[in-house]
Ligand binder design. Structure first.
Ligand SMILES: [Fe+2]
Ligand SMILES: [Fe+2]
Length: 203
């Protein structure tokens, strides 16, 4: 039997509603609401900065799919899937929810798109070679409507005033680093590397 191109496309299309329903059953209400907020923010940002809207939706909906896993489960999954566990991850395993989330998105939600998986993996700390999609997801997570903190308000403002995607992401990472400095927490070097890479590009 021959499969028509349209039929094939239908089979390959990821059902975002199925993903939402599955997440809704597994997540706390507050986290699910945050997730929906990130999807809306990601769609807006993707349109503003010319990024693929469907990929942005998919990465946004799944970005925190491993957020509610215990530290022990995150460490185990990271070990099993070849994610390097450095000294900071070992002490703050919740940070692993981003790279482990990419593994979960692939294995449990059937996501094969490497760009989407990479955006999920980089949404908390960024990376040295962030794609435009990675940047949109990191920002969407920081500015979604449920975030009421000062940093979120300021970030929304600079985007509204016409900041470039890179400027907004640098600002977002600055806020994250300031927060960990002020709360005397460990800084993961990946956030510093991501920030440096964006700044070096500007010089
Ligand atoms: Fe997250
Ligand atoms: Fe999030």
């Amino acid at each position: 039997m021959r499969i028509k191109k349209e039929q094939l496309q239908l089979v390959m299309t990821v059902d975002i509603e199925w993903i939402k329903n599955k997440l809704k059953r597994q997540m706390k209400e507050k986290r699910f609401k945050h997730t929906l907020g990130v999807v809306d923010a990601a769609v807006d940002l993707a349109k503003r900065f010319g990024v693929d809207v469907e990929k942005a939706k998919l990465a946004a909906v799944l970005h925190d799919c491993a957020k509610e896993y215990s530290g022990e489960k995150l460490l185990t999954l990271a070990r099993e899937n070849g994610i390097e566990i450095d000294a900071v991850y070992e002490r703050l395993p919740h940070m692993l929810h981003a790279p482990v989330g990419a593994v979960v998105a692939e294995k449990e939600y059937g996501i094969k798109d490497i760009e989407v998986l990479q955006a999920i993996a980089a949404h908390t700390l960024g990376s040295e070679n962030m794609s435009e999609l990675d940047k949109v997801i990191m920002l969407a997570d920081a500015i979604e409507i449920g975030r009421k903190n000062k940093s979120a308000v300021e970030l929304r403002n600079i985007i509204e005033k016409g900041a470039s995607l890179d400027e907004a992401v640098i600002c977002c990472i600055d806020f994250k680093i300031k927060f960990v400095l002020e709360s005397k927490q460990l800084i993961h070097p990946q956030a510093v590397n991501a920030r440096n890479a964006l700044l070096i590009k500007k010089l």
